[in-house]
Structures are given as C-alpha cells and as structure tokens.
Design a protein around this ligand. Structure first.
Ligand code: IMP
Length: 427
C-alpha cells in the first residue's frame, strides 16, 4: 500500500492537526518528515485536546504507530516532556513511537543562538523565528558537525561531536553577547533524556519501507508549509527544512515511487506568523475578525498570526512544487458572517498582470482580487457540498477551478466530525 503525503500549501498553520488526525483514523502509521518543535499541532479527539510539537499527530490513536523520521530535528527535553504528558493521560508510547537514529539533536546552544540572533537583528533582517533552535541545528547538520540521535548511545563520541560544534559556535555566541554553555553540563543533562529515548530509537527508513511492503497505510505528515520551505518558500523568510512533499522522500528515506497521493492543506483564507512578505494581508476589521473567530494565535508561541485573503496564485505555485493531487480546505466556517469574501486571483507587476505567484518579486507586486457574496448560515452541520449555502458553494467551486486541483476535504468546524469528506486518500 503506497503512502499518502499531507503538506501545508501556505505558510503553515493550515490545520494539520485535525486533518492528519482524520486521515490517521485509517492509517496504520503516521510519519513526520521535517522540522522540529517549531510546529504545534492541536489534536482534538473526543473530549481530549493535546498540542504536540514533535510527536506525530496519530499518537492519540492506540492502534497507530508513529515515526519521527530523519529529516526532523529533535529537542530531547521537549520530546521527553511530550512523552511524559501523553503517558500521564494513559497513552502507550513504547512500541508505538519510533525516533530515527539519524535525526539531528537540538542542543541547548541552538535555541540560545536563535534567540540571540533574532534579538540582535534589525527590523529588515529579522526572520521572526520561533526561537526553538531550528535554524542553528540544521546549520550544524549542513556543516557536518551535528549530533544525531544515534550518537547519544556513545557518550564519548557524543562529547567529541559536541565539543567540535561548540568550538565552531563559540565566536558567534560571544559576538552576540551570549555565554558559551559548558559541554560537560549539557552532556549531564542529556544523559537521562537519552536513556528515556533509547528504546524508541530505530532505523526508521527501514521501518517505514517495511510497513509499506506489508501493505500498511502510511501517512507522511508535513510540518510548516510550502511557502516556508527552505528551497521553495519566500526566502530568506523561511524555515530551515524541506517542508514540501518532496521532502517526505528524503526526510524519511523512501523513494518517490512509494507515494500514491499528495494532499495540500489550505485555509479558506490565509495566515502567516513571523516576518516576510504576505501580499494579501488584511490590516482592517475583517483581518481582526478572522483572527478572533479563527483563533489565529500560535499554538506554541501564542503569537498573533497575520491574516489575509486566500492567495490563488500562491496555491497554484504550491500545487506545482508539491504535485498536489487534492486539497483539504480548512476553516471555511471562519468566513461565515462576512458581507463579502475575496480571493487574490492574479498579480499586477511592473511587467504586467500575471496568474503566476511572483515569489521573488512580491515587494513590487499588487494582488488583484475577485469578490464574492458572503453567507451567514452556520456551516458546522454540513456533511456534503449540497448542504452548504449557495454562496459558500460558489466560493468553493471557484477556488477549486482556480487552483486546478480537486477538493478532497472541507473542514466546517473544529470538531473532527465537522467535516465534508469527498475522497478517501487511501482508497
Ligand atoms: P523557525 O522555523 O523557528 O526557524 O522560523 C522560521 C519562520 O518559519 C518564521 O517565520 C516562523 O514564524 C515560521 N514557522 C516556523 N514553524 C512554523 C509553524 O509551525 N507554523 C507557522 N509558521 C512557522
């Protein structure tokens, strides 16, 4: 049974927690392939609401195996904390959660450097990172001096790696006015965390391939979003990992032939956290209303998210770089009660109007909008497109035509049953 990828098609926060959980009901295995504790996925199952930053969204389902693959960066303290919180709620972790021996370890100096840099940056160069150490950890990986989860098994080897990395960072930390942490103390603090994680460490590439060969349904869960991807996003205002669907192959260690369907998640509007271009951003009462009704505040950092209209050229771009087969459209209900809803359909640029997303020239591009009548009816009870009000239906059909990708799922409320399902990705 081939794998299904779920990828954020915008700037992250598209509602992955709920949608991945819906798919996870059918999946035997859920695998996260990129990023680290910069993510925050809110899971709601029954009366239980849990925010996970590292552990894949399938963890609340007892029969699902969850894998943190090698494209991830893992903060052992955060992970052990999440494990303890889930165990305290009665969830079994050992034998169900696996961590790649090749995933890189976020060490205390990574968030330290991330925070110092953000504090020192001027307004133009500040990224607005989550300060979880994501960038510096992936820098160590690219510089070939990173500590991997598998290295934790050999303390002497881990010490040698750590000391080399710390020596490289020392001038940077001092230049930023920070205090260089002590390697011995870092290792002492790591020891009990490493001991807790040891039974979970595995060759997860082989584990996932084995599950696929056994005919299991495997869900590959992206984090962040396409426009935050290191290669394809609004560089340099991006995260440091490969968030696009292609990242699932390298981040897990399986080939592209194993992927059956790629589903892109998009809100019915758009949000962004942190700095960087956001052409359809609203700075008015409508933007405020969307933020309030959509609870658009970071699930981890609590930062208010910037809000705006849906950007169809950006979604067409996303459809291209991810090879989207379907769209899961979330939070349609948040637009209920607006007199009119708008969608960006094109851009005016110095060289004329374009339907393309001018990703590297957004500063000189002006969105062109098409407006639609709003609707006031509550959408939460709709379980089919026909049950939606005519205006919501017309908006939805327009989005589908413009993105040129069929809608697989429409989310009409926060609860998992408040969903219109049009296609089973695993079927
Ligand atoms: P970093 O990943 O912490 O380095 O942050 C880089 C950029 O990605 C910043 O603009 C963050 O706000 C953004 N970002 C990182 N993770 C998420 C996420 O899970 N959702 C939305 N934005 C994110």
């Amino acid at each position: 049974m081939p794998a299904v990828v779920i990828v954020g098609a915008q700037w992250g926060d598209e509602g992955k927690g709920k949608v991945v959980d819906l798919y996870a009901e059918a999946a035997d295995m859920v695998v996260r392939y990129a990023g680290g504790p910069n993510a925050g996925h809110t899971l709601v199952v029954g009366n239980e609401t849990v925010v996970v930053r590292l552990i894949p969204s399938g963890i609340l389902r007892a029969q699902t195996r969850c894998v943190m693959a090698q494209g991830m960066v893992v903060d052992p303290a955060v992970l052990v904390g999440e494990i303890a919180a889930l165990e305290a709620r009665g969830h079994t972790i050992d034998g169900r959660l696996f961590v790649s021996d090749r995933a890189h370890v976020i060490l205390p100096y990574h968030p330290l450097i991330d925070g110092l840099r953000e504090g020192a940056a001027d307004a133009a160069s500040r990224i607005g990172t989550t300060k979880r150490g994501i960038g510096p950890c992936y820098e160590d990986k690219a510089a070939r001096r990173g500590l991997r989860v598998g290295d934790l098994a050999d303390p002497a080897h881990a010490r040698a790696i750590l000391e080399r990395a710390l020596a490289a960072w020392r001038p940077v930390i001092l230049d930023l006015g920070g205090v260089v942490p002590d390697a011995g103390r870092i290792l002492d603090e790591l020891a009990p965390l490493a001991a807790r994680l040891r039974p979970l460490v595995a060759d997860t590439s082989a584990l996932v391939e084995g599950a696929l060969k056994a005919g299991h349904k495997v869900l590959l869960e992206g984090a962040q979003g396409t426009l935050l991807d290191l290669d394809h996003g609004t560089y340099p205002f991006v995260t440091s990992s490969s968030a696009v669907s292609g990242g699932a192959c390298s981040g897990v260690g399986i080939g592209p032939t194993r992927i059956r369907r790629v589903v892109g998640l998009s809100k019915a509007y758009c949000t962004r956290v942190g700095e960087g271009p956001f052409p359809t951003e609203l700075h008015d009462a409508v933007g405020e209303r969307i933020r309030a009704i959509g609870h658009e505040f970071g699930s981890v950092t609590k930062r208010p998210r910037r809000t705006g209209w849906i950007d169809l050229p950006a979604l067409r771009f996303s459809a291209r770089v991810n090879g989207l087969d379907g769209i899961a459209l979330t939070k349609l209900d948040v637009l209920t009660g607006l007199d009119a809803v708008s969608a960006c359909v094109a851009y005016d640029t110095p060289s004329g109007r374009t339907r393309e997303f001018p990703i590297d020239a957004l500063a000189t591009a002006t969105p062109v909008y098409q407006s639609f009548p709003g609707w006031s009816e509550d959408l939460a009870a709709a379980r089919s497109i026909a049950e939606l009000p005519a205006a919501a239906r017309a908006y939805l059909r327009f989005l589908e035509e413009q993105i040129e990708v069929p809608v697989d799922i429409v989310s009409v409320g926060a609860r998992r049953d408040e969903t219109i399902t049009l296609r089973d990705a695993f079927a």
